[in-house]
Design a protein around this ligand. Structure first.
Ligand code: PHE
Length: 356
């Protein structure tokens, strides 16, 4: 078989176990649920309500994000599979409360139809109150508000998990996990990004921050952080860049402009394409795969809601991301491979073991 044909075949191969695409009965919007793998257990992954110019781009996002969830669980050592839900919102239109309820019920119907193969959680554009609405229709939902029996907002846990990853990176780079005085640029001040920036400020880091929403500038003032424009932050003269907004920010072009020693943060799918990880490695920039640095939210939710672990133990599991990243960086150093490849191999090993 010619190399080209082989590549084409691989490209055309469907890697996901199941994809449900429906026009919501109430909202008339595209509802997409991608179940990438249930090899390790029933799939979980957040619900993203986001604007896309075309529903096919939403599908593309769901496919990539659900695959990343499989890796996230495998590396974190959790017995869950990877999935993701995306609702494609038309560009330039915001959902009012009534429409939002319709959308959430439409999503809940699709989840219910999957019979437990997929459970949702919060993601970009959704939070615990939305999970409560979904929970009225299907039990397959994480992170409902605490008073309703859920584990509540996952973002503080995601933020703490990213802090743990940053500490491991600091130890690798500077011989100490302390972040005091380190120049750190946080791109994106949403629920996770703002929480992480606050934690970093408490640790004594010298912060530069940005968000596409200029109203977030108040957070910079509050934390005594420098504010820069979103398109300048990646090239900022700092020690570490922390992507905490949407994905695909690391491209061949942006990586060439980086001036930092490491990139590590909670945004999902940071690489525009997998080969960008090699480029970062060639430039000597430490990149911790996003599925490792962003695992704190799911680790807490799944440990407490599915495995009945108490909150202290769940917290310890979140903070153990520091050990995971330590191991990853040490294996990468010894093998000369990029951390992304080491993480990928670890995930594949765990998935293969589950399959056999
Ligand atoms: N947004 C979370 C993530 O990407 C998804 C999630 C959180 C799913 C909590 C379940 C529970 O990891």
């Amino acid at each position: 078989m010619s190399q080209q044909f082989h590549q084409l075949q691989q490209f055309q191969q469907l890697q996901h176990e199941q994809i449900a695409i429906r026009t919501g009965a109430r909202s008339r919007l595209p509802v997409i649920v991608a179940v990438h793998s249930t090899a390790l257990g029933p799939a979980a992954g957040g619900l993203r309500l986001w604007h896309y110019p075309d529903w096919r781009e939403g599908l593309d996002d769901a496919l990539r994000l659900s695959a990343a969830m499989t890796a996230k669980f495998a590396v974190a050592g959790l017995s869950s599979g990877g999935g993701k839900a995306v609702v494609v919102l038309p560009e330039g239109k915001e959902l009012d409360a009534g429409r939002r309820g319709e959308v959430l019920r439409d999503v809940a119907d699709v989840i219910a139809s999957l019979g437990g193969r997929y459970a949702t959680g919060p993601d970009v554009g959704t939070g615990p109150d939305d999970m409560a609405v979904i929970g009225e229709i299907t039990p397959h939902v994480f992170c409902r508000p605490v008073h309703l029996g859920g584990s509540g907002d996952s973002s503080p846990h995601t933020a703490r998990g990213s802090l743990a990853a940053l500490r491991a990176v600091a130890r690798r780079l500077y011989g100490t996990a302390s972040l005091e005085g380190r120049r750190i640029a946080v791109s994106g001040l949403g629920r996770v990004g703002a929480g992480l920036a606050r934690l970093l400020a408490t640790e004594g880091a010298a912060l530069t921050v940005t968000d596409i929403d200029p109203a977030k500038r108040g957070i910079a003032d509050e934390l005594d952080a420098l504010w820069c424009s979103p398109d300048e932050i990646l090239a900022a003269d700092v020690d570490v860049v922390v992507p905490a907004a949407l994905g695909s920010v690391l491209t061949r072009r942006t990586v060439a402009e980086l001036r930092c020693s490491a990139v590590v943060g909670p945004a999902n799918n940071q690489l525009a394409s997998p080969d960008v990880a090699d480029l970062l490695h060639q430039r000597g920039i430490v990149w911790v795969p996003d599925h490792v640095a962003s695992a704190g939210g799911v680790i807490n939710a799944i440990s407490t809601e599915l495995h009945q672990v108490d909150t202290d133990q769940a917290q310890a599991r979140v903070m153990a991301i520091e050990d995971t990243v330590d191991d990853l960086l040490e294996t990468a150093r010894r093998s000369g491979l990029p951390p992304a490849r080491v993480a990928e191999e670890l995930a594949l090993r765990r998935l293969r073991r589950a399959d056999s």
